[in-house]
Write a protein that binds this ligand. Structure first.
Ligand code: PLP
Length: 358
């Protein structure tokens, strides 16, 4: 089947094959990746390699730490304010969808927040222009979600926050293109879309920001502690980090880097948006055209009956997991890095056929 799940999502086939081949005995380790010490030589090599691959793919300088944490992106919703939002300070949030809203709700439990922009009024169907932002120059940081997985809206570039550190939830489009990391204070992303399986969350953070971490924080919640311990303060998710290493090697060696990956991703997305636009009487794209996501393509059909029929017939064509998120309904086709172009072609043909007969 072609699996259009929003996450956990498809992994590249060569990566799955290598995992299968190495499952019982990791070469050089004499045991499975799940059975070896996180402090021994073979795993040390893996975690260093995963970090080096990420640094190479994204051109990350030594001013930034790369961390492999647990707790998903949801824990980052809390760790960001716990570490970065000082007493009496306020943090700005740019809200372009459900995940940004959740991130701010968690931050509100830790300190003061402020809405620098919200697209709620139009059902989170767009991202703002720079001039639409109401930024606080004194903010401790400014948080945004570069791709809203549920609504399918995505920024093309990063907002300019002046000197205020920009914190980005890149969970659902991390590694889909190159980012200029120097523009960010911090980028975090759970792995289970483009980078690997669930269980590990990647944090890229300007080291000087971690100096804000209160020394009395519980150790697991402190970025400063994770940097000091090089992500090994407790037993890390060894299997998930091993897969991140394989996926990042696939991006470097098989794909040829993130610029090439981005070209493929744009081509795939365009194929679906072209069908939506050519059959706009049937398919109503959720995102405004300039804010369309190249990762999560969201659209609605005119009735619940037609939506159910679409999903039922898609299933017969082996096109799976196309149901929109329970909070918004409709259809969502998630086409992350590992979705082959054949899967997108199959869906585009099905959509054309369905439109003819609807
Ligand atoms: N942020 C975004 C943009 C997401 O898409 C998700 C999950 O889909 C999350 C945060 C939450 O991630 P996790 O389930 O790893 O906590």
């Amino acid at each position: 089947v072609f699996n259009f799940s929003a996450g956990p999502a498809v992994l590249p086939v060569p990566v799955l094959e290598q995992i299968r081949d190495e499952m019982l005995c990791l070469p050089g380790a004499g045991a499975s990746i799940m059975e070896i010490s996180h402090r021994g030589g073979p795993f040390t090599e893996i975690i260093h390699s995963a970090e080096a691959n990420l640094r190479k793919l994204l051109d990350i300088s030594d001013d930034y730490a790369v961390l492999f944490l647990q707790g998903g992106s949801r824990l980052q919703f809390s760790m960001v304010p716990i570490n970065l939002l000082g007493e009496g300070q306020s943090a700005d949030y740019i809200l372009t969808g459900s995940w940004g809203k959740k991130a701010m709700e968690e931050a509100q439990k830790e300190g003061q927040t402020r809405v620098a922009y919200t697209a709620k009024g139009s059902g989170f169907d767009h991202v703002p222009e720079q001039g639409d932002l109401d930024l606080d120059p004194q903010a401790a940081y400014c948080h945004y979600t570069c791709n809203e997985t549920i609504e399918g809206v995505q920024f093309n570039g990063e907002p300019d926050t002046g000197g205020v550190p920009l914190v980005c939830d890149a969970s659902s489009d991390f590694l889909h293109r190159k980012l200029d990391i120097s523009r960010y204070g911090m980028v975090y992303a759970c792995a289970q879309k483009n980078a690997g399986p669930s269980g590990v969350t990647i944090v890229i953070m300007r080291k000087d920001l971690a100096e804000r971490s209160d020394a009395n924080l519980p150790s697991y919640l402190s970025y400063a502690n994770h940097i000091k311990e090089e992500s090994l303060g407790n037993t890390p998710p060894t299997f998930a980090i091993y897969v991140v290493d394989l996926v990042t090697k696939w991006l470097l060696n098989d794909i040829g880097g993130l610029d090439k990956m981005f070209e493929q991703n744009k081509t795939k997305a365009l194929k679906l948006y072209d069908v939506i636009d050519a059959h706009s009487d049937l398919y109503k794209g959720h995102a405004q055209p300039s804010s369309r996501s190249v990762m999560n393509v969201t659209f609605n059909l005119p009735s619940d009956e037609l939506t159910s029929k679409f999903l039922g017939e898609a299933k017969k064509h082996k096109l799976e997991a196309l149901k929109g998120h329970r909070s918004v309904g409709g259809i969502r086709a998630s086409i992350y890095n590992a979705m082959p172009v054949e899967g997108v072609d199959a869906l585009a043909s099905f959509m054309k056929e369905f439109a003819k007969n609807a």
